[in-house]
Design a protein around this ligand. Structure first.
Ligand SMILES: Cc1ncc(COP(=O)(O)O)c(C=O)c1O
Length: 372
């Protein structure tokens, strides 16, 4: 038949047949093909290669969720004598894994606030196995200066892991910052349509062998159909993120002048404490912003409940704008004291900008302020 598909097929096969036992042995011993889809699958490989190329690493390893990518990649480099230094402002699931699960294995965990630069220097100086960073942070969009910390950690022989989900490969180039393992929750920008749960770890060949081996045994692999959807999402990633950067900036500027807004957290604004680092480290300021409104918990809840175009939903990075009041969900498990320390007030709202018209989003926000 003439003509071949522009879009590659989805290989749903869980297992693969061989011409001979010698051929099978070669695949098992040299990883030279496909034998079982928990090990590797052609559609998943295609998606992995596309992301590795996008991030500028040798390899990407696909997982069934961002959390599977994070937990498997971290465990791949630790043993019971390991020492982990982590930024405190990580995604909630990561925080729970690092602070609850790792100590159960006898692993020492040190956490520091994202602006405790001297603390990071002092703790890294004492020695470490793994440095775990996440930037921009959630929900205050703080920016960590990655390169100097990565250099210090490397001088101690540590592996440097960065969750770059909020930035996406469009707004941040971790490979240029000295990061060894880059994590993405593809549930967010890479997928981009709120219809998949997936995760990736990008790294060099040697590290990928280790993470691949752990994925093979722990089993958190991505399924082929979801890999196909992730690949489809990645084709429009740059267009979406550039548009989201522009719209977020417009919305942030609108909020910054609004009488019912106390403070706007957006790294693109010159008032943001990390604006100079963001300008240097990021190619765009991102599609997520947060702000405190002049209201108590109930007033803020009314604001969020009155939004129409912007949906009340957790998650981020997709085509639809989503709003949450972090105190009610992502940071609900923290005590009032912990929340205060983390700068998460009852009046804080986080918005993930989608692909709607900026004017329509601003109108929506404006009408919701009327309810406060
Ligand atoms: C920054 C960040 N990393 C990791 C995750 C976890 O990803 P997943 O929900 O795909 O497991 C999330 C989820 O919200 C996130 O926001």
């Amino acid at each position: 038949m003439k003509g071949k598909p522009v879009i590659p097929p989805v290989y749903l096969s869980a297992t693969y047949e061989f011409e001979s036992t010698d051929e099978l042995i070669d695949v098992v011993q040299h990883h030279s093909g496909f034998i079982y889809s928990r090990w590797d699958n052609p559609t998943v490989r295609e998606t992995e290669k596309a992301l590795a190329a996008m991030e500028g690493y040798d390899e990407a390893i696909a997982f069934g969720s961002g959390m599977a990518a994070i937990t498997t990649s971290i465990l791949a480099f630790l043993d019971r004598d390991s020492r982990v230094i982590t930024v405190r402002e990580t995604y909630g699931g990561t925080f729970e894994f690092v602070h609850k699960f790792l100590p159960r294995l006898g692993i020492e965990v040190i956490d520091l606030g994202c602006d405790e630069v001297d603390g990071f220097h002092a703790e890294i100086e004492k020695g470490l196995t793994l440095l775990y960073l996440e930037t921009p942070t959630n929900p205050l969009l703080r920016i960590i200066d990655v390169k100097p910390l990565a250099e210090l950690a490397h001088a101690k022989g540590a592996v440097v892991v960065l969750d770059s989900t909020f930035a996406s490969p469009v707004n941040q180039r971790p490979v240029e910052l000295g990061v060894d393992i880059v994590i993405h929750s593809a549930t967010k920008y890479l997928g981009g349509h709120h219809d998949i749960t997936a995760g990736f770890a990008c790294c060099n060949k040697e590290d990928s062998k280790r993470i691949w081996e752990y994925r093979k045994v722990m089993g958190g692999v991505l399924d082929p159909m979801t890999a196909f959807l992730a690949l489809r999402g990645m084709k429009t990633l740059e267009l979406r993120v550039k548009r989201q950067n522009e719209t977020a900036m417009e919305v942030a500027q609108f909020l910054a002048t609004h009488e019912k807004v106390r403070i706007v957290h957006y790294p693109g604004l010159s008032t943001h404490p990390d604006h100079p680092i963001a300008k240097r480290q990021m190619k765009g300021s991102g599609g997520i912003l947060s702000f405190e409104i002049e209201a108590d918990f109930e007033g803020t809840k009314r604001f969020v409940d009155t939004l129409k175009a912007i949906k009340l939903a957790t998650s981020l990075g997709g085509v639809t704008s989503l709003a949450t009041q972090p105190v009610t969900n992502t940071h609900a498990a923290l005590s009032p004291d912990e929340r205060q320390k983390a700068g998460i007030s009852d009046s804080l709202v986080r918005i993930s900008i989608g692909l709607e018209d900026a004017g329509a989003l601003i109108d929506d926000i404006d009408q919701a302020f009327a309810a406060v």
